[in-house]
Design a protein around this ligand. Structure first.
Ligand SMILES: [Zn+2]
Length: 467
């Protein structure tokens, strides 16, 4: 039997400042080593000043993962020397005096499978190492400290996963959940990293470190299971070791460094007192939590009659559910859900496209109204949406500029229909004997009108003309 456990590191990217100083949490937009101060550089004599919002966000994550939340939390120093850590210790959390991390044991359902959460802790991210040079001989290592001190939440699971597919499902659910909680943007490079541990047939546990993205995590786990199964089938013992993920070659490599065997000499961080969170604060945070994905889904299905599968897609992505919630009315909810899940998704399928999109909730309202009142066909609406996402223009302007208005003038439509009937005598004969095939002629009219003919009117008129 395969057992997989995960340690997920998630940056709290929605915060303004770092965990212990006022440098920006968004370090990505700065020149190298420009987002630093004496505190995050660990200069002698500086003192950490704890970011209260970081504790709140981390507590919200703990609550969403059904974890117990202690009334008092503590911070510890984890001592080790490494160039990316200017203080020579990382301020993190540890449970040696009972549960004093932001989150205690919890659980989340992944399909029918229950995944237990061991704990959730808040800590600071180290700096970033940049390797330059082509070979190992002339390679140099540069350090960028902009990231040092960024608030990081570590989510540790029990070894409850049995295969890489469950790992992927969990990661999808977790990223949607973190995004929905408005604590992190999982699509940002480096915002989500992970370590995994894998064992098969009750054998030794192998840790895999250095996995830089959720995408690679599934691959790393898959590779490691195959490697262990291959050894096992040849009766070669599996060593208990730490392996590093090589993201260029997509394999795990035995780690020669002895850093994992270090004694970190954990001790209480004396510069930060124990923090009392208290029941009232926890209750307040609970009330401030955004509506959960499952409750959104329920609302979409029961209140608006949106099909279950559409509601699942809509609710699990914060970008879409926000758009939907800001634009729909009871009357056009189904139409807007339909526009978002069938047309919009293909247009804004990456982070960059979403940021560039000029679409506003009022645009969606107007498009849905135009479809419902017969001003636009669905095909024309799709064309209009494409233009609006690009330009942000008003729908009425787009309709006149692109000449998208419906051909609903009977006289004009009859003219076109008569033309098609004369061009397609065979199809007309067929439609007379088999009414099902009339759709071919409707399609021809649509083609001629560039999708602007009202489909229902076209069908009625065609039937009349064919007789
Ligand atoms: Zn700083």
């Amino acid at each position: 039997m395969t057992k997989i456990g995960l340690e997920i590191h998630c940056q709290l990217t929605k915060l303004e400042s770092k965990l212990f100083c006022s440098c920006k949490a968004n370090y990505r937009e700065h020149e190298i080593n420009a987002n630093i101060c004496p505190v995050c550089m660990g200069l002698p004599g500086t003192l950490p000043r704890l970011n209260q919002k970081a504790i709140e966000k981390a507590t919200i994550i703990a609550m969403a993962l059904n974890c117990s939340t202690p009334e008092k939390i503590a911070f510890f120093r984890k001592n080790y020397f490494y160039p990316d850590l200017p203080k020579n210790f990382q301020i993190t959390q540890l449970n040696i005096y009972g549960n004093t991390s932001v989150g205690g044991p919890g659980m989340i359902m992944v399909g029918d499978k229950k995944i237990r959460i061991t704990r959730i802790q808040l800590e600071e991210d180290p700096g970033r190492l940049i390797y330059e040079g082509s070979s190992s001989k002339n390679q140099i290592t540069l350090v960028d400290y902009n990231r040092a001190g960024t608030p990081l939440v570590e989510i540790v699971t029990e070894p409850d996963f049995e295969n890489p597919k469950q790992v992927r499902e969990f990661l999808n659910i977790l990223s949607d959940l973190l995004e929905n909680l408005n604590v992190s943007d999982p699509s940002l490079e480096g915002a989500m990293r992970a370590d995994a541990n894998v064992s098969i047939e009750g054998g030794n546990k192998v840790e895999i470190k250095n996995i830089g993205s959720f995408h690679d995590l599934e691959k790393a786990v898959h590779f490691e299971i195959t490697r262990q199964e291959s050894l096992h089938s040849r009766d070669i013992p599996i060593a208990q070791e730490t392996r590093h993920w090589d993201d260029k070659r997509k394999i795990t490599i035995s780690s020669r460094s002895k850093e994992e065997e270090l004694d970190y000499r954990y001790f209480l961080e004396g510069d930060i007192p124990w923090i009392k969170i208290g029941k009232e604060v926890q209750e307040k945070l609970k009330l401030e939590m955004p509506e959960s994905i499952s409750s959104k889904k329920e609302r979409y299905v029961t209140k608006y009659g949106i099909p279950n599968q559409v509601a699942v897609v809509l609710s699990s992505d914060k970008f879409y559910s926000d758009l939907f919630d800001k634009s729909h009315t009871e009357k056009n909810a189904k139409e807007i859900a339909n526009i978002i899940t069938t047309d919009l998704m293909g247009l804004v399928d990456t982070r960059e496209k979403r940021e560039e999109s000029k679409l506003q909730p009022t645009h969606l309202q107007n498009i849905a109204d135009a479809i419902q009142s017969g001003k636009l066909t669905r095909i024309s609406a799709k064309n209009a949406l494409y233009e609006i996402v690009k330009s942000g223009k008003e729908l009425s302007q787009v309709i006149s500029e692109l000449d998208l208005g419906n051909v609903s003038d009977e006289g004009e439509l009859i003219k076109i229909i008569k033309q098609i009937i004369s061009e397609e005598p065979q199809a007309v004969e067929q439609a007379k004997s088999n009414p099902q095939t009339i759709n071919f002629l409707v399609g021809k009219v649509m083609q001629k009108t560039k999708g602007k003919a009202d489909p229902k009117l076209t069908l009625d008129l065609l039937k009349k003309e064919i007789g």
